[in-house]
Structure formats: structure tokens, C-alpha cells
Design a protein around this ligand. Structure first.
Ligand SMILES: [Zn+2]
Ligand SMILES: [Zn+2]
Length: 162
């Protein structure tokens, strides 16, 4: 097998455009449209790579193999000290969290947001590259961040979701 990194990137991208998770078999089928990889090899990558978590979907155990759902994961977080001055040599993203939610009031119009909306700033890009997330689209990356950072979640939950 030639290109682990390519498969990982491609799978991450597919997962993120499917709300962060997908059936193992479905994911493999989509991968095959671009990369030649056997189911065994793919399964191996999914299990080994910290980018993915496999969960059992208990509601669907009828068909063989469809009960495994792959979820995209990252340890990358938004910096929480970023709002304060003097955060340096930090290993977390310096971004406006409302921008990541998609509801920052600033940045589009007259008033500049005081936090960064620059996903690929020097600081952020280095971290993204270390996690090999730098090739993701902005919205894919944001979904990944929101899905993985528990500290981000409570505020995005709509008040009347039921
Ligand atoms: Zn920081
Ligand atoms: Zn902002």
C-alpha cells in the first residue's frame, strides 16, 4: 500500500462532509472512488490511526459490517487563553470560537473581530500541519473541532432542540 497519509486525509475529509461519521463500509466505498485500497488495509488504518474511532451502531446489526461507524477525531483544540494577552508557544489554535461556530458577528462587515478569523495563520498552520489537518477545507476542519472539543459544545446546542 502506497499512501497512508493520503487515505487518512481523504477519509477525514469524507467524514467531515458527512457530519463527522460514517459506516465503515460506506466510507470504504467512497475511498475507493479515489484510492485503491483493500477492505483489510483500510480497516487496519482506521484501527491504527488516532484520527479515527470506531463505534458500534447497535441499532443496525442486520447486515454484516454495517454496525461499525467510523468517527473522525482530533486532539487539536482552540486555545482558551487566547482571549488574554501573551499566549505564546501554544499548541492550540488561535481562532475566534464564534467564527468556528459560524456565528461570529464581526469580521464580515464594518467591525473587525478582535480575534483571528485566519485559520491558516502562521501559528495555526503549523499546528494543523503537525496534525496533518492543513489540507482540510475550513468547514470540514470546523466540524472536526466542534465534534471533538467538549468545551465548545454547550454553547452551540440550540435551546429548543426537542
Ligand atoms: Zn494559545
Ligand atoms: Zn470573530
Amino acid at each position: 500500500m502506497s499512501n497512508y497519509a493520503g487515505v487518512i486525509h481523504h477519509a477525514t475529509s469524507i467524514l467531515c462532509s458527512n457530519k463527522g461519521s460514517l459506516d465503515l463500509q460506506q466510507l470504504h466505498r467512497k475511498i475507493l472512488q479515489r484510492v485503491e485500497i483493500t477492505e483489510d488495509d483500510f480497516w487496519y488504518i482506521v484501527k491504527k490511526c488516532s484520527r479515527f474511532v470506531v463505534v458500534r451502531n447497535r441499532e443496525r446489526t442486520d447486515e454484516w459490517g454495517t454496525d461499525c461507524v467510523v468517527v473522525a477525531k482530533t486532539s487539536l483544540r482552540l486555545c482558551r487563553n487566547y482571549t488574554k494577552d501573551g499566549c505564546r508557544d501554544c499548541q492550540e489554535l488561535h481562532l475566534c470560537k464564534y467564527f468556528v461556530y459560524g456565528n461570529c458577528r464581526y469580521g464580515k462587515g464594518r467591525k473587525q473581530c478582535k480575534f483571528s478569523h485566519d485559520v491558516f495563520s502562521e501559528h495555526n498552520y503549523r499546528l494543523l500541519r503537525d496534525c496533518t489537518l492543513h489540507e482540510l477545507h475550513e468547514d470540514e476542519l470546523f466540524l472536526l473541532l466542534l465534534q471533538n472539543d467538549p468545551s465548545l459544545l454547550p454553547e452551540v446546542t440550540p435551546r429548543s432542540s426537542t
